[in-house]
Structures are given as C-alpha cells and as structure tokens.
Design a protein around this ligand. Structure first.
Ligand SMILES: *[C@@H]1O[C@H](CO)[C@@H](O)[C@H](O)[C@H]1NC(C)=O
Ligand SMILES: *[C@@H]1O[C@H](CO)[C@@H](O)[C@H](O)[C@H]1NC(C)=O
Ligand SMILES: *[C@@H]1O[C@H](CO)[C@@H](O)[C@H](O)[C@H]1NC(C)=O
Length: 284
C-alpha cells in the first residue's frame, strides 16, 4: 500500500468561514461523476469554497496510459469540473490505487519501503511541529470505514495513534461510500469515496469500534445501511472552518446536505507543537 497523504493547517480569521470541498474515487467519465460535478458547483458557489481536495482514484481504471497529453485530463477533469465556481479555484490531488498504471490489484504493502518511511517521517514530523488550530490528514485509504473495503489495519496501527497524539483528523476515499466515524478519541474520520457512484455495501460496519459510525451512506443508491432521503448517484464533503469551531457537511450528488458533523473544536495548547523527538524539528 502506498502512503499518499497531505497535511493542511492554517490560521483562520475570526469572522470568516473558510470552506473547501473534498471528494475521492471520482475519475470515471460517467453519469455519477457528472452529477456530482454539478452538485459540487452549486455548493462551491454557495459557500465560496477556497479549493478542492481530490482524494485519489482520479483516473479509472488504470491511471493515465501514455503522457501528460492524455485526453483524459480534459474528458475526466477539465470538462467535468468546469462550472464557473469550480473553474476559479485550485485542486490538490493525491494518487489512489487505480492511478498506478496496471497495478491496481497490487497486494497491501509498501511499493518502496524506503520511500514510504521517508514519507512517514515527513508526515509525523510535520504533524508534531504544527501549531495550527485544526489539522487534517488526507489519504486515499481509510483508517476506519464501514463499506466493503473496510478499515485499513496498517493505518489503524500506525497512523491512528499519531493522529490521536496531536489531535488531528482524517479524510479519505477508497470505499465508495460517504460517512463520518468518531471512535471516541477526539479524532474525526470522514470517508468521501463516492465521487462517481454510490455506494458499496456496508459489509465491514462491524469491524469499526462500537458505536463509532455516526453516519454512512452505503449500498446501491445509499439504500442499505441507513435510510437516505432519495437515491444517491454519488456525493462529496464540504469543510467549514471558523476560529471557534469547524464542521463537515456530507452532500448528495446534487448538493443536498445529508448530514453535518457536530462542531469540532480547535486543538488544545497541549496538542499543538507536540514535538516528542528533538530530531523532528530538524525534519519539519
Ligand atoms: C463543460 O464541458 C462540457 C464538455 O466540453 C460542455 O458540454 C459543458 O457545456 C461545459 N460546461 C460549462 C459550464 O462550461
Ligand atoms: C511525533 O510524535 C509522536 C507521538 O508523540 C512520536 O511517537 C513520534 O516519534 C514523533 N515523530 C517524529 C518524526 O519525531
Ligand atoms: C436533490 O434531489 C432530491 C431528489 O430529487 C431533491 O429532493 C432535492 O431537493 C435536490 N436538492 C437540490 C439542492 O437540488
């Protein structure tokens, strides 16, 4: 398993609400993706979203074959997220398992153990040294998830304690579902992997901590885990940050808010700049 992660942190001005969108598992040139793009446009405009995070599986099924001139940059991306609001903002993209040419059935395990360790050290040092009020890590693979891929136990073992130590939160795709998991440690987990379809079956719900699943759109059209108000074609998440608190909204393909997390509070002083190892400040 490749570790593809990014870290966001930053100061937020007192009055304003700072917002952005996130979605994974989107790049399929199909009606579910096109419907999602319309809803993302509606919401991006309404909330004045600052950017979009794309959480991997950007080019189904085998990544880009050929060169950076591939027509799929247009057909799968530029000609899809092309409403006025979505055209005006930036996209930050990580790779998913389908983006590795011909390798999407790879078994779990680092593709390059040395590089994986380097990335891990960077992530850990960056998290430890951060003084941001809110820290989110985005990866393709979920830590916790209810659907057919389920939790990623390598991340449960390695990443989860690190998130807890610094009071960071985590967002991912991979499971084609939309949900919020709160395992009681203060870390919030968002799965937004239904950028082009909805949804995988909730076959791994019982592999998550008891009572941790707060919301999950799962099964065909979102029909099998808990009732949705209408049939979902796909979906995405929006993040709303103020200096006092933040929340995440989970949206249907057309923008309707299906669920909002409770308010998430800023990190405590003790969680900020928690540099456990002096070597970390040299790495950061
Ligand atoms: C987006 O691109 C598609 C394909 O070229 C086109 O049909 C559509 O009209 C464009 N939408 C906007 C809002 O420009
Ligand atoms: C970051 O902090 C954690 C927990 O306090 C510690 O285990 C880890 O070694 C630190 N990371 C680095 C790169 O120093
Ligand atoms: C989304 O679609 C559902 C079902 O057709 C409809 O009830 C809802 O009003 C729509 N939401 C928006 C924002 O258009």
């Amino acid at each position: 398993m490749q570790l593809a992660l990014c870290v966001l942190g930053g100061a937020v001005s007192a009055a304003a609400e700072y917002t952005f969108l996130a979605v994974g598992d989107w790049g399929n040139d199909n009606s579910g993706q096109y419907a999602d793009a319309k809803g993302m446009e509606t919401v991006a405009e309404e909330i004045n979203a600052a950017f979009v995070l794309l959480l991997g599986d950007n080019f189904y099924a085998d990544g880009i074959q050929g060169t950076d001139k591939s027509s799929r940059f247009e057909t799968t991306f530029e000609d899809v997220y092309n409403g006025t609001a979505l055209e005006a903002i930036d996209y930050y993209v990580i790779a998913g398992n389908h983006d590795w040419k011909g390798n999407w059935m790879q078994p779990p395990g680092a593709r390059d153990a040395g590089l994986a360790l380097e990335q891990w050290e960077w992530l850990s040092a960056t998290l430890n040294a951060s003084t941001a009020d809110y820290l989110w890590v985005g990866g393709h693979y979920p830590v916790w998830s209810a659907c057919s891929h389920g939790p990623t136990f390598e991340l449960v073992e390695t990443l989860r304690p690190q998130l807890e130590a610094v009071g960071a939160h985590y967002m991912s795709g991979h499971d084609h579902c939309l949900g919020h998991i709160d395992d009681g440690t203060g870390v919030q987990y968002i799965v937004a992997g239904n950028g082009m379809e909805c949804c995988y079956d909730p076959t791994n719900a019982d592999k998550n901590p008891d009572e941790s699943i707060k919301f999950f759109a799962a099964g065909p059209g979102g029909s099998t885990y808990e009732p949705m108000p209408f049939t979902l074609k796909s979906g995405f998440a929006s993040f709303h940050v103020t200096s006092d608190n933040m929340r995440v909204d989970l949206h249907a393909h057309n923008g309707t808010v299906l669920y909002s997390t409770p308010n998430i509070t800023p990190r405590s002083a003790a969680q900020k700049a928690k540099i456990a190892d002096p070597a970390a400040s040299a790495l950061a």
